[in-house]
Design a protein around this ligand. Structure first.
Ligand code: S3P
Length: 185
């Protein structure tokens, strides 16, 4: 069986997809791609500006197209956005082209981690806790259904979380297996 090429991190805002992804990429000597930053680079404007100009639907269309392009490209560690699992097409593509890790944290932990955040349009209002609860109710089943592995980083600092996850991945995700397999003659 051909091993999955990409390592795809999913989970809610503040779960640590980017910070852990960067560390995992380094540990596995793979490039790191942050889907939000990739969308921003392509668009030449940041996520709040995209939401303001085109609404969430406009952002989701760009997210879907960018995800497909990244998954079609060279092997990488990919930090997706928290809402990337909403589209069935995205969930199927992640599973087809990657090994998917769900970074699972609860709303209380999200509120703590995102306390100073001003960059995420969906939680820009005063009702942050209610919004996060609503998103969690909708999305948690989608994260679970998409994931090959669930990892709970709460209570661990970033380096320790990355070490623990790397250890969990050792048996489950062998990115070097394809390269190590003997060439067919
Ligand atoms: C979103 C999460 C964000 C970003 C956008 C929408 C979401 O990414 O894609 O603000 O719908 O949960 P992070 O999960 O990296 O914060």
């Amino acid at each position: 069986m051909q091993p999955a090429r990409h390592l795809v991190l999913i989970g809610p805002m503040g779960a640590g997809k980017s910070s852990l992804g960067r560390r995992l990429a380094q540990a596995h000597a793979l490039p790191f791609v942050d889907l939000d930053r990739e969308i921003e680079a392509r668009e030449g404007r940041d996520i709040p500006a995209i939401f303001a100009a085109e609404g969430e639907a406009g952002f989701r269309a760009k997210e879907c197209a960018t995800l497909a392009d990244v998954l079609a490209g060279p092997a990488c560690v990919l930090a997706s956005g928290g809402g990337a699992v909403l589209a069935g097409e995205n969930r199927a593509a992640m599973r087809r082209h990657g090994f998917v890790v769900y970074l699972k944290i609860d709303v209380a932990e999200q509120l703590h981690r995102l306390a100073d955040d001003t960059s995420r349009p969906l939680i820009a209002g005063d009702d942050r806790e209610a919004v996060l609860q609503r998103l969690a109710a909708l999305r948690a089943p989608l994260y679970t259904e998409t994931a090959d592995l669930v990892f709970e980083p709460a209570g661990l600092d970033k380096d320790t979380a990355a070490e623990h996850l790397t250890e969990r991945l050792r048996a489950a995700w062998p990115p070097a297996a394809a390269a190590a397999a003997p060439a067919k003659t």
